[in-house]
Design a protein around this ligand. Structure first.
Ligand SMILES: Cc1ncc(COP(=O)(O)O)c(C=O)c1O
Length: 374
């Protein structure tokens, strides 16, 4: 198998643990272990205290699958399969769901593996480009025109990385109708689900939208537990899930035993865990609103509707974001993620607002901007 380099991950490999402030991280400030354990009920505390560090069930701990299933209205535990992060789930699913000659449509700019793994699996991939001038919205008329008789899969990421876009319910329903008419499967990457700024905006899930629909979830983002490396697929298509399970035998076989138990704790306490995340994001967004108001003549921003990231643009003529971000990290130790890491030509950058050091990071960015953009 040949696959192109994952630009964003290579960038993070270089910078993530070398800078003072990650102002482009997509996850929420990680839960400290002691605080998470304090949320355990008696049953799971018992599982934790007596845990044997052997192999685990390859489909996922039965209690974990039960908790994940309960995130959906009508998904059964055996319609859930767990993975080492969402990333492994993407890799396994796309390799199983797509064959050489199949056609897939994937939203772009976006998380690279969603289209790169599809290409590596031999599929012919059409990118459905989102535009700032449209508020980064899905354009269903254009999407319809992108369909071909070979279209097997439509991949969307809602809420969206990197823009924070979230369609309204009518647009989501229309998207499902397009997939149904085309006889294509819909994969909804829902890793930022739970971080809608207005809970009324939460959409139905991919798994429940249509019989062949698939939801992709993870503990990393809204649940603030990226270090667990626990992700999942949920779908009513059990035949597909069985084939994906067979593929996973060649990747990780089964999940990490401690991580499974910690994920069960977090999911059972999800109201508190998600409230903490939403609180961090809301406080940070307030600050960003102030920043973008003050700097409206230097930065443009389509305010996200959900998630922990947005995709603003530096609008100062002659200043390229790649060089400006390089200067910022050098001078202030604050990391941004320029659009080029998404293969996008715009002067945008990903801004993350899930971390509690945002006030200091933003103050440093502002100090640098005052020196270089006036
Ligand atoms: C849209 C999207 N999908 C999948 C993933 C992969 O999640 P994880 O790194 O937790 O496996 C990410 C991570 O940034 C993401 O942003």
């Amino acid at each position: 198998m040949r696959i192109a380099e994952f630009d964003l991950e290579r960038y993070f490999a270089r910078w993530e643990f070398a800078v003072r402030h990650l102002l482009c991280a997509s996850d929420v400030q990680a839960y400290p272990m002691s605080e998470l354990l304090a949320l355990a009920d008696d049953e799971v505390r018992g599982l934790w205290d007596t845990l044997q560090l052997g192999y685990t069930e390859s489909t996922g701990h039965p209690l974990l699958r039960r908790e994940i299933a309960s995130l959906y209205a009508d998904v059964e535990p055996d319609e859930v399969l767990t993975f080492a992060g969402a990333e492994e789930a993407v890799f396994c699913l796309l390799n199983v769901a797509l064959e050489p000659g199949d056609h897939a449509i994937v939203t772009w700019p976006g998380y690279q593996s969603l289209y790169e793994v599809a290409r590596a699996a031999g599929a012919d991939v059409t990118l459905h480009e989102l535009h700032e001038s449209d508020g980064w919205r899905l354009d269903l008329d254009r999407l319809r025109r992108q369909l071909t008789p070979a279209t097997r899969l439509i991949v969307v990421n809602l809420p969206h990385n990197p823009t924070g876009m979230l369609p309204d319910r009518a647009t989501f329903d229309a998207l499902v109708a397009v997939a149904e008419e085309a006889g294509a499967r819909l994969l909804v990457d829902e890793v930022y689900r739970g971080l809608e700024f207005d809970e009324a905006d939460r959409l139905p899930t991919g798994a429940e939208a249509m019989p062949s629909g698939v939801s992709l979830g993870v503990m990393s983002k809204a649940y603030a537990l990226a270090g667990l490396r626990i992700g999942w697929l949920a779908t009513h298509d059990r035949e597909l899930l069985a084939r994906v399970a067979g593929f996973k035998d060649y990747t990780t076989i089964c999940s990490s035993a401690p991580s499974e138990i910690l994920a069960i704790i977090a999911l059972r306490a999800r109201d508190r865990v998600l409230a903490r995340s939403r609180d961090i994001v809301a406080t940070n967004l307030d600050r960003l609103d102030g920043f973008f108001e003050d700097w409206a003549d230097r930065f443009e921003w389509v305010r996200p509707r959900a998630g922990s990231i947005g995709f603003p643009r530096l609008t100062v003529p002659g200043v390229r974001i790649d060089e400006w971000a390089a200067g910022l990290v050098e001078a202030e130790g604050v990391l941004l993620l320029p659009a080029s890491q998404f293969g996008h030509p715009g002067n945008h950058f990903r801004l993350g607002f899930g971390r509690t050091d945002l006030p200091e990071a933003l103050a440093r960015l502002e100090r640098y901007a005052a020196r270089t953009l006036r």
